[in-house]
Design a binder for this molecule. Structure first.
Ligand code: NAI
Length: 255
């Protein structure tokens, strides 16, 4: 392995499961020093145990003080942050008329406000790095609309907008900011969505899964490793001119 990210400090939010865990493993395979940040310390520890040298820091990304403290702890262990992966997110579903103000606010706080806080908290390090990188795990829902997920769709559109804004603002620096836009990916979020569909509609698990994969021309779930491979590519020094992009990883689904 070429170790193309050797000793670069990468912070992955929501690194204790799914796409975040896969990205953390893939960055570590390229030599990055990993900090896994999240709320569930047991889940983070389980992933960290599989990544040599990885540390865990507890934080709720909806709380700026918690982020600041976690980033300080991360810097103390691994040095300045060179890669920020904004991955933590939630995906509640409900018909728009029944979306509560609380669900709207929580989704925005987790999927969008947290990006503002994490990017701002890491910015001095990222700008000082030789090739600072922000990779945000958005979604195809950041590029087009889907029913029954209005807060999610709105928050992910915002996430892509923020990456575009940062790419424009910092274009004269080595820092890049991009969004990955996976289609439905084989993780806990999708397992929960299948559960919701089966319990609310009486459909079978296979039918629920078919509903979720119907937009993907390949008719399958994306794997977390496929998303991780794209994240690694964006972080490579050779990807310096790729910035402000929203990259679908969605089996050819048309956006
Ligand atoms: P997941 O549920 O395994 O991962 C989400 C992670 O975020 C969990 O580890 C969770 O503990 C963490 N998290 C949630 N709220 C948090 C908070 N307030 N503070 C700290 N951590 C928090 O699901 P998955 O699929 O790996 O999701 C990762 C990202 O990928 C999310 O942003 C999601 O929107 C996005 N995504 C997922 C897709 C899918 O179909 N699974 C498709 C497109 C995007």
């Amino acid at each position: 392995m070429a170790m193309r990210l050797k000793d670069i400090h990468a912070v992955v939010t929501g690194g204790g499961s799914g796409i975040g865990a896969a990205i953390a493993r893939a960055l570590a395979e390229e030599g990055a020093r990993l900090t896994l940040l999240g709320r569930r310390l047991d889940a983070l520890e389980a992933v960290a145990a599989t990544i040599p040298g990885a540390i865990t820091v507890p934080a709720d990304v909806t709380d700026r003080a918690s982020i600041d403290a976690a980033f300080d702890a991360a810097r103390a262990a691994h040095g300045p942050i060179g890669i920020l992966v904004n991955n933590a997110g939630i995906a509640p579903s409900a018909p728009f008329a029944r979306v509560t103000a609380e669900a709207w606010r929580t989704t925005m706080a987790t999927n969008l406000d947290a990006l503002f806080d994490c990017c701002q908290a890491a910015l001095p390090d990222l700008l000082a790095a030789p090739a600072g990188r922000i990779v945000t795990v958005a979604s195809t829902a950041g590029l087009k609309g889907y029913g029954y997920t209005a807060p999610y769709v709105a928050s992910k559109h915002g996430a892509i907008g923020l990456m575009r804004a940062l790419a424009a603002e910092f274009a004269a620096t080595p820092l890049t900011a991009n969004a990955l836009c996976p289609g439905f990916t084989d993780t806990d979020i999708v397992a929960k969505a299948v559960e919701t569909i089966t319990s609310r509609t009486g459909r079978s698990e296979a039918e629920a899964l078919a509903e979720l994969t119907k937009h993907n021309p390949q008719k399958r779930l994306i794997t977390p490793e496929e998303v991780a491979a794209a994240a690694v590519w964006l972080c490579l020094p050779a990807s310096a001119s790729v910035t402000g992009q929203a990259i679908p990883i969605a089996g050819g689904e048309v956006m």
